[in-house]
Ligand binder design. Structure first.
Ligand code: ATP
Length: 284
């Protein structure tokens, strides 16, 4: 028997850093959405007791270095159930190291599948707790949809979905190191913070313009000059008619909201002439 589960990319409508904690992590406040850009994770129980992961991207870890494998190991450790052999296969569509939580989403898909097959009695909250042991974004990815994530990312509050819109996602060809970016954050020098409460009100009012006005990611303020491509993509998207554009997570991917699908389609086509990783998405 083979089981299949989609793993959706996440985007940050907002990303705020509230402070550094004694445990070395930062206290975050983020509004996240899932979009229909997905990896597909398949899982086949095997007789031999061995755990393997293969993907269509040869540079990704194949064994326990893969977040999907780590999620499976954690699941069986935490539930105390005997671990069977597992062959996992991931068809990657979400760009890697892009700020879209691709690896975390694969891990979350594995957790959802393992619960379905081996332990349907486990609650969603418990599954998210197990996810938090794998990575800070995993609890959100277990749940998906629109949510406020606080703490390290594990304190989740569901929010109303985005009103219907089109989203263009573009990853410039550079990668940003997340730890380096956190190191750039001098908390006292963060001059602006997202208006998270106002964004939530706009979501509740289904006010796409109000939402677009409040997209904000504090990492953009500390992005070193060598990543200026991020701002070039933002400008390009705005010139192409986007309502607003913002970086997601620790970048370098930029996304933009469009109220009209044909404008978004045209913008994606124009960007594809300059960038390889361009996707036309919808909120999931
Ligand atoms: P986030 O938005 O959560 O910061 P990201 O989108 O920046 O994540 P990912 O693509 O999730 O980054 O993961 C990047 C790192 O994780 C890479 O070093 C990659 O080798 C490793 N990794 C392990 N497993 C996976 C996986 N299944 N998919 C993608 N990357 C993985």
């Amino acid at each position: 028997m083979t089981y299949t589960e989609p793993a959706c990319a996440k985007l940050n409508l907002t990303l705020d850093i509230l402070g550094k904690r004694p445990d070395g992590y930062h206290d975050m406040r983020m509004v996240m959405i899932s979009v229909d850009l997905r990896d597909t994770v398949t899982l086949t129980p095997a007789e031999d007791g061995i755990l393997t992961v293969e993907t269509n991207l040869p540079f990704l870890p194949r064994g326990e270095g893969n977040l999907a494998a780590r999620a499976a190991l954690r699941f069986f450790e935490e539930t105390g159930l005997p671990r069977p052999g597992l062959e996992m296969s991931i068809d990657k569509r979400i760009p890697v190291c892009a700020g879209m939580a691709g690896g975390s989403s694969d891990a979350a898909a594995v957790l959802r599948m393992l619960r379905r097959v081996y332990a349907p009695e486990i609650t969603e909250a418990r599954l998210e707790e197990i996810g938090a042991l794998v990575g800070s974004d995993v609890p959100y990815c277990v749940r998906g949809g629109t949510a406020l994530a606080e703490g390290r990312g594990e304190i989740l509050t569901d929010l109303p979905p985005l009103p219907p819109c089109s989203i263009v996602v573009c990853k410039p060809a550079c990668s940003v190191s997340t730890p380096d970016l956190f190191a750039q954050v001098r908390l006292k020098k963060l001059r602006y913070h997202p208006r998270t409460e106002e964004l939530i009100e706009a979501l509740e009012a289904r006010d796409l313009e109000g939402i677009a006005l409040r997209l904000y990611n504090v990492f953009e303020d500390v992005l070193p000059r060598k990543y200026d491509q991020v701002f070039a993509v933002k400008r390009r998207l705005l010139d192409l008619g986007a309502m607003a554009a913002s970086m997601t997570g620790s970048g370098p991917t930029v996304f933009a909201l469009f109220s009209e699908e044909n404008r978004a389609t045209e913008a994606a086509e124009a960007l594809r002439e300059e960038y390889r990783d361009v996707f036309l998405c919808r909120p999931q």
